[in-house]
Ligand binder design. Structure first.
Ligand code: E9O
Length: 594
């Protein structure tokens, strides 16, 4: 399976099928051979949920149908035609002219299928049957029950709203029979010298090839005449945090008559990553993570692509002095990742393994039965977890912005069986990544330092901690004490590992003020963060602070989810700053920790 981003080149065409599609919930059997009936219009890419005023449709659990038609010029049928989806949440079946052409499980990674033999010159019909169901085998996980009338009841083990739909772009692209299938831009560095030894897989026959590296001034800095040789950049511009530098690897394939069969350009950056003496080094220099956990979540789009907002968020983060973020809790769009490369953001790339913790989230406003027992005896996520990791790494391994993989968020890493499970997951991840990046897993408060069973497997200890919110509520002195006590113990247990925060925060209603600095007020959020920072600043081994969350985001409704939002944002969902923002900007622009 290839994960090359679809690009129009001298040998490839790309057509974007985004637009207004027809849509309906599946309430009785649908025949993919005939046009859908009783549909409404739905914009693609986007979640369907917030584009309707029909609450029952918004919250429907099960299957949905999308349909569009598109025209194919006669000549295009001589080429290889590939249909490619950026992401469909959570799983889907795809039909072209009534025939099923592929299926895909997992809502946050791309997939594609060769549809050449299903297409006709002129009008073609495309239908997608989408499901928003999750269960004990999927990533993310949820508790799923089927009612007697065939309807479903679903309790997610995560708090963000389970948006559904064709979330990223649908493209039809063409190549010749001979085409580049897969590229890895692997390299070694030695001072200013970089030796690039790309891995390039080709499908079909060709006679000869050339490969070159082009710098940002459009100058060719290295050139080779085969796909297997290595190329040398003698005076390398390193990709640096917030100072990006990108090269292009240009690959051309020719036949005997020197006719071009395929050409493709892959961007890459040169930087090194190393974990050493409880520090995280980028290009040999200690890097202190300042930034946020975020979500893909916005008005009307839901979890669908919204690049103007991504761009705005990146500019806000830079203005605040943030240098990094985590793709909590799933790989973000390819467009967002490419832009992170260009802006120089440092990214912890997280796979959608959130909620591998059977009893969790029921306590945080969910309304399912409270199960008792051991997660690792009941949940069966291994296969889907590996698939999600494989697809994420296949897609993202060449992004310079990605400095670390997060294999899961807040699993039951303190329950018996966790070590065996994560040993298998982490060994698998290490084999997949050609760049051998550090690997982490985000630790939940219940799996605190005394109970954790997986820390020895991780390169960096990432903590989600809520001293002063979920524990020590309205008791910031107690919070400081307990936070410091736990942190010191982590360092004693793993003195060689950096420790960083991937979540800490307090729900805050924008505009709510309190003389007593009561929880939920803007004053309390400021006090909460000051208390946490006071401890981080005391302890040298703390190597980063990513707040939860950049902005308020949509959740299921629940007692502690005011207006069905998690209000831990430092911005509201429409990006109005809360009182903490000025303080944070001041801190980050002046912080000297790395
Ligand atoms: C995951 C994130 O997606 N961590 C949650 C965040 C939250 O605000 C959620 O939005 O709920 C925090 C988990 C905290 C669990 C601690 C409970 C401690 C009781 C002892």
């Amino acid at each position: 399976n290839t994960m090359l981003y679809p690009e129009q080149t001298a040998t490839r065409t790309v057509e974007d099928l985004s637009g207004m599609w027809e849509f309906k919930a599946e309430t009785s059997k649908v025949d993919p051979q005939i046009p859908l009936t009783d549909t409404v219009w739905m914009s693609v890419p986007a979640s369907f949920n917030d584009q309707t005023m029909d609450k029952q449709l918004r919250n429907h659990l099960g299957y949905f149908w999308y349909e569009t038609t598109f025209n194919v010029p006669q000549d295009q049928l001589k080429k290889r035609n590939v249909l490619r989806f950026g992401a469909v949440s959570q799983s889907c079946e795809v039909y072209v002219n009534g025939e099923q052409v592929t299926t895909h499980v997992g809502g946050f990674t791309p997939f594609e299928v060769d549809v050449t033999h299903y297409l006709r010159a002129g009008a073609n019909d495309l239908k997608v049957r989408v499901s928003n169901l999750l269960d004990n085998t999927t990533i993310p996980t949820a508790d799923l029950k089927k009612n007697d009338d065939g309807s479903y009841k679903l309790n997610t083990r995560f708090d963000f709203y389970n948006y559904c739909g064709i979330h990223r772009r649908v493209k039809l692209y063409t190549t010749n029979k001979t085409h580049i299938e897969h590229i890895e831009v692997n390299y070694d560095t030695e001072g200013a010298k970089t030796t690039v030894h790309p891995v390039i897989n080709v499908s079909g026959n060709y006679d000869h090839a050339d490969v070159s590296i082009v710098d940002e001034d459009r100058q060719v800095v290295a050139k080779g005449s085969s796909l297997t040789g290595s190329l040398e950049i003698s005076h390398t511009h390193r990709w640096k945090p917030l100072h990006a530098y990108l090269y292009e690897l240009v690959i051309n394939l020719y036949n005997q008559n020197d006719e071009l069969l395929d050409t493709y350009t892959q961007e890459f950056g040169v930087r090194t990553i190393e974990v050493k003496d409880d520090h995280f080094l980028i290009n040999g220099e200690p890097f202190y993570f300042k930034g946020f956990g975020r979500h893909e979540d916005s008005l009307a789009h839901g979890k669908g692509e919204n690049m103007p907002l991504v761009n705005m968020d990146y500019q806000i983060m830079k203005w605040m002095g943030a240098n990094s973020f985590r793709t909590s809790h799933y790989p973000y769009s390819e467009e967002a990742m490419r832009q992170a490369d260009r802006e120089g953001f440092v990214v912890i790339d997280e796979c959608p393994a959130v909620g591998i913790y059977e009893t969790f989230n029921v306590s945080l406003g969910g309304n399912g039965d409270f199960p008792k027992g051991n997660t690792w005896d009941h949940l069966d996520t291994m296969d889907n977890h590996k698939r999600a990791l494989r697809e994420m790494i296949e897609r993202d391994h060449d992004h310079p912005s990605v400095v670390m993989w997060s294999v899961a968020n807040e699993p039951a890493s303190h329950e018996k069986g966790a070590h065996e499970y994560f040993k298998e997951i982490i060994d698998y991840t290490r084999k997949l990544d050609p760049q051998k990046r550090p690997i982490t897993m985000v630790n939940i408060m219940m799996a605190n330092v005394d109970k954790d069973l997986v820390g020895d497997l991780l390169d960096v200890i990432c903590l989600n901690r809520y001293y002063g919110w979920y524990v020590n509520f309205d008791d910031l002195e107690g919070a400081k004490h307990d936070l410091e006590t736990e942190l010191v113990k982590w360092h004693e247990k793993f003195p060689e590992k950096p420790v960083m925060f991937t979540e800490f925060g307090a729900d805050t209603v924008a505009g709510l003020h309190s003389l007593l600095h009561a929880p939920y007020s803007e004053e309390y959020q400021i006090d909460y963060y000051k208390a946490n920072f006071a401890i981080f600043d005391k302890l040298d081994f703390v190597q980063g602070e990513q707040l939860w969350n950049f902005a308020d985001f949509t959740t299921d409704s629940g007692m502690i989810r005011i207006g069905a939002e998690n209000m831990k944002g430092v911005f509201t969902r429409d990006r109005r700053p809360k009182g903490i923002v000025g303080y944070l900007r001041d801190r980050w622009l002046n912080l000297k920790k790395d």
